[in-house]
Ligand binder design. Sequence first.
Ligand SMILES: [Zn+2]
Length: 409
Amino acid sequence: MGYREVTLGSPPVVLTHTKMEYPASDLDTEAGSLRVGRRGWLGRYVLPAAAVGLAGCAPAVGPTLLASGPGAAARASTSAPFPVLMMKDAEPEVEPALAPVAVVEAPPEPKKVSVFYRPEYTLAGYSYDTTRKARWVADSLEAAPVAGLELVAPELLSEAALATVHDGGYIAAVRSGQPRGLAQSQGWPWDPGLFPMVLASNGGAVAAAHTALQMGVAGSLSSGLHHARRASGNGNCTFNGLALAARALLASGAKRILVLDLDAHCGGGTDELLGRDERVQLVDVSVYPFDVYRPQQRNTLDMVQRAADYLPVIRRRLDALDGSAFDICLYNAGMDPHEGCPLGGLRGITATVLAEREHVVFDWCRQHNLPVSFVLAGGYIGPALDTAGLTDLHRLTLTAASQMPLRQA
Ligand SMILES: [Zn+2]
């Protein structure tokens, strides 16, 4: 944008605008404006203040070239022979036409498997695999992501939701730390981080179940669930996220739920909380007789003692089920059957065997179009299994889950 010279002569008035000359008839002093023949307005003009006195005109903005009023033209035409106005081009009056733009819709982001986690999962002061493992796995996912999988922060579970499964006095004890024996009944010293930790990790178990029902697959980096009873903790388990997830889904309309527990230890807490519910079927394949129970109804508990029997037993139990009869499989994907685990490990159950186990489980769910929601469950470091090794075992579950087809919500 620049200034252009306009010479006002008298008479006739000639406006020189770049290469064009305008006759005086185009200068409409009544309207105080410049017309350019029948072509309408050439543009908007602004008279800079410095030119006003020279031409005897008031500044004008917009389509008005000269100040309105009958005296304006007279003053202009009777000034010095050829007063010069510096006129500044302003924005064109007409909006520039928009170039046609082809609307190309961005391809939708490929959906990813939600794995629930938030830092509170490891908030308890007591440092143990169950209270730290989620962070190890989350850190591992940050350093080396599993394609097609993303971490999602769940809501903390409400106390009302907890009370659908657990006794109010026990919930209060875990919240307050009193009575101490009850607050520590899972086996850890109590501290104020415990309650938010278990609200987060059990909230994740419930969120994963809801999400899996909708999307086909989801999971949570939760552990320490299946031994917890209605009115106490047990065996590193404070609240039973499997039972909480099952109750939440049943309350929202699910009709049949399969709980598949492949942790090394038996799920006695889940049996107490869900074992008599006809809408729930428990399939438990264990390798170590902790928290043993007598299966109720058509539920099954296998105690595998030889590694060679492990996968065949799991396959046989799954093949005996009609997978399509269930709304969802809640999978307690413990890695503590691994031979290096100091708690539960069975010699001969290697990472290869557990990788095959994950393939068997997720493939069976896929074949039956059965949504599956997993939690990490057991898995412990020791002389024969370090943190990285344990993390890699749990990644077997994550990798298998990432290969499941997602439903389009
Ligand atoms: Zn276990």
